[in-house]
Design a protein. Structure first.
Length: 303
């Protein structure tokens, strides 16, 4: 396949190959010279219509480690402000002999639209509330690294499920790979259809969800995507759904703590948990480079 638009249409075997290839690139990244010549004939544009720290830097580093030529496009500061369309913008960039597009956009489906209209390979780096496939892949890689595998692993996804492309991509991926998934959060932030549609259980009681799981993937409250008040206050959210050290201590078990970032410290996750020995948050970020190298390498047909 030419694009990576989401996890939804991937097969279990595709995911396994990406994770295995990422493992090989992780070895490369441990060497003094963290670079291979694989994509030296490929030019990639990182097209970011929405803000990003981790994903943007991680893709750029992955491309540089693969020896690709890279261009970084941010909508702010570009001619998008003069009314240029997405398609015109991309076609102008592609006319300068660019081969692949890594794209983040606040509109769900933007990379799928682009895939119908341009000849280049597209990697979805997050589209609205739809999918964030490379985040789910790096999360899976990190769970494997921390716990030994995905089959039968109990993963709780906690927080703003409704607005989270990370949640949706993680659910698709974890279910395909044989993990069990529970989502937990306030009823206003969990879509009603999620249990029958996606085969995940809903547990509104955070303590019960934590007591059940091996891994807790804590999500950011995405205030920028909420056009109505869905919980009373950040303080009350923290008291009811914030992952706290006292809560974890009361369980008498070890749970791996994940968060895709950026963290709202003291809202969905307290600092003494985010910065504890149980947290693999910075491992997730580290693994993102190897996983994105694997995705770009495989889409370029280099396997
Ligand atoms: N996890 C993630 O996508 O972070 P950024 O928005 O900073 O890229």
């Amino acid at each position: 396949t030419k694009h990576l638009l989401g996890i939804k249409n991937l097969q279990k075997e595709d995911i396994a190959i990406i994770l295995q290839t990422a493992g090989q690139f992780r070895e490369v990244l441990q060497r003094p010279v963290k670079k291979v010549p694989s994509l030296r004939d490929v030019t990639i544009v990182n097209l970011f219509y929405e803000n990003s720290t981790r994903t943007r830097i991680s893709f750029e580093l992955a491309e540089k480690r693969l020896s690709a030529d890279t261009i970084n496009f941010a909508a702010s500061g570009s001619s998008v402000s003069k009314g240029e369309t997405l398609l015109d913008t991309v076609n102008n960039i592609l006319s300068m002999k660019v081969d692949m597009v890594v794209m983040r956009h606040s509109a769900s489906g933007a990379p799928h639209f682009l895939a119908k209209h341009i000849p280049a390979a597209i990697v979805n780096a997050g589209d609205g509330i739809n999918e964030h496939p490379t985040q789910a892949l790096l999360d899976a890689f990190s769970i494997q690294q921390a716990t030994g595998g995905l089959e039968g692993r109990k993963v709780a996804i906690i927080g703003d499920i409704m607005h989270s492309r990370v949640a949706l991509s993680n659910i698709y991926l974890l279910k395909k790979m044989g993990a069990e998934v529970v989502v937990s959060g306030p009823p206003t932030l969990i879509p009603k259809y999620i249990e029958p549609a996606l085969g995940v259980k809903v547990e509104y009681d955070l303590k019960k969800a934590l007591a059940w799981c091996d891994v807790a993937n804590v999500l950011r409250i995405q205030l920028e995507r909420q056009n109505q008040v869905l919980f009373s206050s950040l303080r009350e959210y923290n008291l009811t759904y914030g992952v706290k050290k006292s809560l974890l201590d009361s369980l008498n078990k070890e749970i791996v703590i994940m968060h895709p970032g950026p963290i709202n410290r003291g809202v969905e996750l307290d600092s003494d948990v985010a910065d504890s020995g149980h947290s693999i948050i910075l491992n997730q970020v580290e693994n993102g480079v190897a996983v994105r190298m694997a995705v770009l390498y495989l889409l370029a047909g280099r396997n």
